[in-house]
Design a protein around this ligand. Sequence first.
Ligand code: SAH
Length: 342
Amino acid sequence: MKTDIINMSIKEMEQFMEQLGEKKFRARQIFGWIYKGVDSFDEMTNLSKELKKKLYENAVLTKLIILNVQKSEKDGTRKYLFGLRDGNSIESVFMKYKFGNTVCISSQAGCRMMCSFCASAINGLHRNLTAGEMADQIISIEKDTGEKVTNIVVMGTGEPLDNYENLLKFIKNIHEKDGLYLSLRNITVSTCGLIPKMTEFAENLPQVNLAVSLHAPNDNIRNKIMPISKKYPMDELIAESRRYIAKTGRRLTFEYALIKGVNDSDKNAKELAERLRGINCHVNIIPLNQVTETGFRGTEREEAKRFCEILEGRGIQATVRRELGSDIDAACGQLRLKSIIS
Ligand code: SAH
C-alpha cells in the first residue's frame, strides 16, 4: 500500500526519502509544500522530475474534501463540512477574533464520551482522525480563506485525549517551522477529563493550553450529564488539575456550560467556587447551546452573568464567553452532521 505523506512527521519523511534513495533535505521541502496547502506532487515545484515520479509510485497525499461552507452574516465565522476518503465527514469552524484567526478542529469522527447535552454524542464514535486529517482542517481553511490562522482550539467533535498519539503527532507537526509554525501557547486542547491522559499531556506538551469540561459542581450532577464522571470522579479530576498546574506552571481553564435547571443555581455557583478555591484557573461560562434532540435548554445570558458574579465574588476568575457563529449552528457543542452525509 502507498504511504500517505500527510500523516508523516519530519523524521518519518526523512526516513522515507532515504528509502527512496533521496537526500534528507528533500523531506523538509515536501513537508513545507504539504503545509502550504498543495493538492498534488506536481505542485511541489522545486522537486526533481525523478523524485516526483517516485512519489507518485510510492505515496499518496490524501486531502480533505470541502463538502460545504456556511458563512455567518453576523461575524465572519465560517463552518466547514469536510469529507474524509472513507465517506465519514467532520466539521471545523473558522472564527475571527481581535487577537487573531482561530480554527476549532475536530479530533474524531463522532465521539464516545456520550455527554447528554452534546450534539456530537448522538451517533457515537465512528473513528479516530489521523494526524494528517487534523492538520488538513487548518491547511484547507487557510487556503480557502486566504488568511493565516494563528490559534487552534481542539474543541470540535471528539475527545482529543481519546485519540492521544495522533493528537501529539498533529500538534508537533503544526508546530514545526516548515509546518504551520504555530506557537504551542496558541493551541488549546479541551478534555472531558481523561485523567491518565491529562498526566501524560502535562509531561509531553506542557506549553499547550488545557481546558477541562467540568459543567457541574459535584459528582451528583456531573454523573447525570457526563458519563465519564463515573469513571473519573470530580475529586480525582480536581486533584489532577492541581497537579497539572503545579507541573506545568500554567493556568488551567474550566469550561462550564450552563444548563437551565440542571447546574445553574446560585447554590451550584457557590459550591463550584468552594471546589475551585485556591486553584490557578479561569472558568469559561457558556450558556448551553440548544441541541434539539437532547431536550436540555441553555440558561439566559442575564442569569449566566449572575452565576459569573457569584464566582468572581468568591475570588474565582470567570467570564461568560461571547458566542460566534450562532446563526449557522457553529457555536460550541453544536457541531454535528446535519444533512449531507448521514
Ligand atoms: N471532548 C472535549 C472537547 C469537545 S467539546 C471536551 O469534552 O472538552 C468542547 C466543549 O463544548 C466542551 O466543554 C463540551 O462539553 C461543550 N459542549 C458540548 N455541547 C455543548 C452545548 N450544547 N452547548 C455548549 N457547550 C457544549
